[in-house]
Design a binder for this molecule. Structure first.
Ligand code: SF4
Ligand code: SF4
Length: 100
């Protein structure tokens, strides 16, 4: 299921989870340093203003795991929208077209 989301869509859903599934707080999120911030609305940011979405997901997961790569690999939160993309690449069994 999760692997059917595009990376940008997964980011949007992660942001909604982060803000209690309320759109307004996602729109108004002030955490500009968050790796997902530029894609929090589920839209592609202007060219050159943000890293590719898979790289942003990887960076976010690294922060989530306090920089421990092994913990990303072992992440048990299968229903996290970012889970299929936590290695910074598309899963071999899924994923859909999106910008890199
Ligand atoms: S940009 Fe980061 S802090 Fe803001 S809603 Fe998304 S995940 Fe939460
Ligand atoms: S997939 Fe796992 S490591 Fe990545 S943000 Fe979600 S809970 Fe954290």
């Amino acid at each position: 299921m999760g692997s059917r989301r595009t990376p940008t869509r997964a980011i949007r859903e992660a942001c909604l989870q982060c803000r209690g599934f309320e759109r307004g707080p996602v729109r108004n999120c002030q955490r500009t340093g968050c790796e997902l911030h530029m894609r929090r609305m589920g839209r592609r940011p202007p060219a050159g203003t943000a890293p590719p979405p898979l790289r942003s997901v990887r960076a976010y997961c690294l922060a989530c795991c306090n920089g421990r790569r092994k913990e990303i690999r072992l992440c048990p939160v299968a229903d996290c929208p970012l889970h299929p993309y936590r290695f910074g690449r598309r899963p071999v069994d899924g994923g859909t077209g999106d910008e890199r």
